[in-house]
Design a protein around this ligand. Structure first.
Ligand SMILES: [Fe+2]
Length: 304
């Protein structure tokens, strides 16, 4: 008798489901904030979409706001040499103004400081007030409901996918997102990073959108994504998990089960870590642990 595969229960069914999910939309829908019925319906379909005129930055948080109100905060950034660096926000913003290539990636500490200025309730309403087990871990144990991203021109990042979904509130600058969904067998670097899936970029297969201030992007869990920009951009991200039924969908479950069985501790460590992208982007760390071909892949992506 043949052994049953431990992870994928119906591989061909799941493969077809992954392709169908990706091709459900030919372009990312743009929906006006007033069209709440369409927002709800599209959210239920679990495809990425953009909310226009979202008015989700009522205090006009931007780089000038951070400089005025939070210059003394300590943050961990990635510096021009792709190394993690602890720095105070004021001097960091000065270096960025001088044109230096720095990045804040998923800064949950800064997210906590700014969280009160944003309206989690808006996103909870779109989610129909769902509250998942993973939300409890993310929002209450790890206190990671919000994360701040800051990118400077020419910053690159790897194409990646993770267990949490996100609503992205664009605060300043324009940032281009590349989105894609792919089945487990099409993910080139499943284990290169212990907390996320990494994959090669396939620009002709990706959905491309440029997010501007005033817009909000919904990105469902396990959709691949990377960004690029030629401006200084700032965004606030509301992090959450989908109901368990989402992770058991035929297209999604191979990715979820892969992580659940292959790296349960990595998942828990990521959920509970102080910073969301622990070690991500640190060239020195990668050089200690990765082989030449892996380092080549990472180098193309600024080691992040
Ligand atoms: Fe991400």
């Amino acid at each position: 008798m043949q052994a049953t595969p431990a992870i994928s229960t119906h591989p061909s069914h799941e493969k077809t489901a992954a392709k169908a999910l990706r091709h459900q939309i030919a372009a990312v829908p743009h929906i006006d904030a007033l069209d709440t019925a369409r927002i709800r319906e599209t959210f239920k379909r679990k495809v990425p979409f953009i909310i226009e005129n979202a008015q989700q930055n009522p205090h006009n948080v931007d780089l000038a706001y951070l400089e005025k109100h939070h210059s003394d905060l300590d943050v961990t950034c990635f510096n021009p040499e792709s190394r993690s660096e602890h720095i105070t926000l004021g001097p960091l913003l000065q270096r960025i103004k001088a044109g230096e290539k720095y990045r804040l990636r998923a800064d949950v500490f800064l997210g906590r400081q700014l969280g009160a200025l944003f309206q989690a309730k808006y996103f909870q309403k779109i989610r129909n007030y769902a509250f998942t087990l993973m939300d409890m871990i993310l929002h209450f144990f790890a206190r990671k409901k919000w994360a701040v991203f800051l990118s400077t021109p020419s910053c690159k990042m790897s194409n990646h996918a993770h267990i949490n979904s996100v609503f992205v509130v664009q605060l300043e600058g324009r940032k281009t997102w590349h989105l894609d969904f792919r089945g487990l067998e099409d993910i080139e670097h499943k284990d290169l990073y212990p907390y996320d899936f990494l994959a090669e970029k396939h620009p002709t297969d990706e959905l491309e959108i440029t997010l501007e201030p005033g817009q909000v992007l919904y990105l469902p869990a396990y959709w691949f994504h990377y960004t690029d920009t030629d401006e200084v951009t700032l965004s606030m991200h509301y992090l959450f998990a989908e109901p368990m039924s989402y992770y058991f969908r035929p297209a999604i479950r191979p990715l979820f089960f892969y992580e659940l069985f292959r790296r349960p501790l990595g998942m828990m460590k990521l959920a509970l870590a102080r910073n969301n992208e622990i070690g991500f982007g640190d060239k020195a760390l990668w050089q200690k642990t990765k082989n030449d071909s892996e380092l080549k892949f990472l180098e193309q992506n600024d080691y992040s």
